[in-house]
Write a protein that binds this ligand. Structure first.
Ligand code: NI
Length: 171
């Protein structure tokens, strides 16, 4: 069990583009993925991208049954996704609230494609290909953005819907 430090917005490493992982044996993937799971769970995250813990490769994890940070979100199957490609299905854009473990305490409304297909491989080299919509599509777009050095505040259009979680959503 290793909970890693999550880089925070302002760290230039979060703005770098990640490299595709060409050789699945080139890194200790089991250890890295376990560290990412431990780190994501310890912070109650819905997903985590490798560059958020300072590893500059195209690897994201996401998924949850029920998430306290997103109580209204439908279940998303736990997924390890390597070298992902996202293709929008249609041009419908949907607004939704997002947060990010690299942007602690804040929430913002971000426009995302409502429906996408995504492809990639898992840690065993098995092909992943899915068509998804709603929160699942949002999480994948958010996590894959990290691989291109994009943080969700960079996608916000309406800054009146960006603020501190405890102020926006008081209990
Ligand atoms: Ni994030």
């Amino acid at each position: 069990m290793a909970i890693k430090e999550i880089l925070k917005m302002g760290d230039p490493r979060l703005l770098e583009k990640s490299k595709p992982l060409k050789d699945l044996n080139a890194v200790d993937l089991d250890q890295l993925i376990q560290d990412m799971i431990d780190t994501m769970e310890a912070n109650d995250g819905a997903g985590l991208a490798a560059p958020q813990i300072g590893i500059n490769i195209q690897l994201v994890i996401f998924g949850f049954k029920k998430n306290d940070r997103y109580p209204d979100a439908e279940e998303v199957p736990f997924t390890v996704l390597i070298n992902p490609k996202i293709t929008p299905i249609g041009d419908q854009i949907e607004d939704g609230w997002e947060g990010c473990l690299s942007v602690p305490g804040l929430r913002g409304v971000v426009p995302r494609y409502k429906k996408i297909s995504y492809q990639g491989i898992d840690q065993y080299g098995k092909k992943i290909e899915r068509k998804v919509d709603g929160f699942h599509a949002r999480v994948v777009q958010h996590e894959c953005d990290h691989l291109f050095g994009i943080l969700y505040p960079m996608r916000i259009k309406d800054f009146t819907k960006f603020g501190f979680h405890e102020v926006l959503f008081p209990d």
